[in-house]
Design a protein around this ligand. Structure first.
Ligand code: ADP
Length: 278
């Protein structure tokens, strides 16, 4: 599902926090939103599922058009299409079993019980967990597993778009890797459009296709991840650190005049260097 921001501005009261955002987020791709704290990332993503409405301009989400002061017809359909995984989603757990936690959202919509159980199992499978988790207490799980349950509780609606707000906070190295595998699968196998807001460019670099850079409520540049991330100096101006791999490639080019290209995996980069010096 494509998302289009048409000259969107947004203010909290008299304070404008997003100005003239005019971008397209392509469907079936993974798009990262970076920018230092307070640059407007969370506000931007809340405009996509109608939690906030623009102060001026419009946001098109598939066939939905979100405009100032205009009530959204069929808001439930929009919330089904656009799933949002907030920061620390597991802090909102309140059920005694994984099954109840994942199924809670559907219950609100009076789903038939047999169908509901089937969808809970499917959602659990999509995040790579088997049925043995169904009756477990969500609070007894690891942070990485809790995060997967929170994602499953969104996947149960079969959204076309999934938005993650700072998804790696509180995750260890292994859980981050497992999250990366999961999101890649959601794009590749399930064709989802994915949007991730994060300050962690090393993590984004290994996952996203495109990047949008926000600074003081404005899109300062956007595009293919290599195009954006290789501009180390420009990123630093906006308080964003380039991914370490890119930084390293830039240094090798600068100091040794060796162009080793841009890689998103350290092993590929090492192979390139080895090939060059052999
Ligand atoms: P980020 O996610 O990049 O940290 P936010 O979208 O959370 O940025 O915040 C952008 C700006 O909007 C900040 O200056 C923040 O203080 C302000 N802001 C966020 N939420 C509110 C709110 N509910 N009321 C007033 N100002 C807010």
């Amino acid at each position: 599902m494509e998302i289009k921001f048409n000259h969107v501005s947004f203010s909290y009261g008299s304070k404008e926090v997003l100005s003239d955002i005019d971008i397209v987020i392509p469907k079936s791709k993974i798009t990262g939103i970076v920018g230092k704290s307070g640059s407007g990332k969370t506000t931007l993503i809340q405009l996509i599922n109608g939690l906030l409405l623009p102060t001026s301009g419009s946001v098109e989400v598939g066939s939905f058009v979100l405009e100032p002061n205009k009530k959204i017809n069929n808001i439930n359909a929009l919330r089904f299409d656009v799933g949002m995984v907030f920061q620390f989603p597991e802090e909102q757990f309140f059920h005694t079993t994984v099954s109840k936690e994942i199924g809670f959202g559907l219950e609100q919509f009076n789903y038939k019980r047999d169908k509901k159980d089937e969808r809970i199992r499917e959602a659990l499978k999509m995040v790579g967990l088997n049925d043995s988790y169904l009756e477990r207490d969500p609070f007894s799980l690891s942070n990485g597993e809790k995060r997967k349950i929170a994602i499953a509780s969104i996947l149960i609606f079969n959204p076309k778009v999934i938005i993650f707000d700072e998804p790696t906070i509180g995750l260890d190295f292994e859980s981050k890797k497992s999250f990366i595998r999961l999101v890649k699968l959601l794009k590749k196998r399930y064709n989802k459009t994915i949007i991730i807001s994060s300050h962690d460019t090393d993590f984004l670099h290994s996952l996203v296709d495109n990047v949008i850079v926000l600074n003081k409520g404005k899109v300062v540049f956007s595009g293919d991840k290599y195009e954006v991330f290789k501009q180390e100096k420009r990123l630093r101006k906006y308080g964003v650190l380039a991914p370490k791999l890119i930084s390293f490639s830039n240094k090798v080019l600068e100091k040794k005049k060796i162009k080793i290209g841009y890689r998103d995996e350290i092993n590929d980069l090492i192979k390139d260097i080895y090939r060059y010096v052999k």
